[in-house]
Ligand binder design. Sequence first.
Ligand code: ATP
Length: 513
Amino acid sequence: MAQEDVFKKVVSHCKEYGFVFPSSEIYDGLGAVYDYGQNGVELKNNIKQYWWQSMVLMHENIVGIDSCVFMHPTIWKASGHVDAFNDPLIDNRDSKKRYRADVLIEEQIAKYEDKIEKEVAKARKRFGDAFDEQQYRSTSPRVLEETQKRNALHERYSEAMNKMDLQELRQIILDEEIVCPISGTRNWTEVRQFNLMFKTEMGSTADAAMTIYLRPETAQGIFVNYLNVQKTGRMKIPFGIAQIGKAFRNEIVARQFIFRMREFEQMEMQFFIKPGTELDWFDKWKHTRMAWHRNLGFGDDNYRFHDHEKLAHYANAATDIEFRLPFGFKEVEGIHSRTDFDLSQHEKFSGKSIKYFDPEINDSYTPYVIETSIGVDRMFLSIMCHSFCEEKLENGETRTVLRLPAALAPVKLAVMPLVKKDGLPEKAREIVDDLKFHFNCQYDEKDSIGKRYRRQDAIGTPYCVTVDFDTLQDNTVTIRMRDTMEQRRIPIAELRGLIEDNVSITSLLKKLK
Ligand code: ATP
């Protein structure tokens, strides 16, 4: 199946099975805002739990907080968001569509990279075992030509972005003959800066109202609570503060479903350390976070690091963890070494001393910070894309199955009476009532057993049990496994032991060790 089709199917599957709905749908929706449905919210909560527990439960020196969306507006002055949280935008006059100039150019760079990879793949096929990839890359005239074009463009682009030279960004788009994918023309406007923060007013009278921003990241709520947590928790450096919460960005181009939303959720952890140790900690967190992703079992090939060449002025190392989505490798998480930039800025703007007294060296300093920042919704999307599967069965039918890691699945066990009478529903409910305290169970009596299995496969339920007439005699049930469709007869008393360990977040955390 073409990757584009996979993506379309995932989007409609999300809606059909109660994972994600367009927001305000009966009013024709609202751009790039989505709601999570009955199954989506369970999956999302499980993702958040997996993250939270891997941070707060597994590290005795990491604690959590929950700060507000509304914060004092000066915070966003101090953090640089008021002046510099901008994207360069450009419009196509014919289609009237708006684009991010940087994204258009990055896509052009990716096209050169694609061409190079296709050439290499063709040669690999042609030469078979005798293929020397390194030699081919350094001698093939076609590969060299495309590499040279790619590098020249990359260099010009990096320079323009570093200087935020808007005219040069436009010139690159013209020189590269980039066309609007809708109109197919090169009729571009000037490039303009656009601030991504949403504003609103706080206060009851117009005169006294204060303009405040909806936070575009959760991190600042952690920085401004640094002293509170450090003091009341008697935290010793190195230590971390974790937070999960909503963030808001008025994204210019909001496409690709929940990949880029205007209201989304982040899971961020700021790790406070002694200056000079940041590169070691950066490396440690880079690998810890990658292990967390790989632990879900989607295949190591689907992840890669993308180290930043253009660093923000305050950062001295930064990388993205990218995941292979149907539309290419895309960032799901950023890991940044932010030096003492944020705490120093808040010290400057608030006039309060934000220092740490280090008893080991008997001196005070402003801590450095390593940040790990991941989007819940992007994580959700990558999990959906990799779990979605259409399988041809031996009888010629196709079954749609969500191969979710069992610990993340919305429902862990579906309990189904074979028929809706003769005491079977009562027996099935007894099982649910007993097990519902331990994991999420669903009772399902409607339609044929086959249809019920399909419904559970489609939402990723790892186990189904059927209650039949034998159950009433011997207290055994048929258990069916989602992935293999294997069925077994087991005593009801063994259900909890068989299922609980496999579907708990703890099972995932234990594998992380
Ligand atoms: P991008 O370059 O894709 O705009 P970013 O580099 O601005 O992302 P960060 O500011 O580093 O993103 O935010 C950290 C994480 O938050 C990202 O890795 C992503 O998972 C998530 N995120 C950021 N913006 C959005 C959005 N508009 N919708 C959904 N998730 C987002």
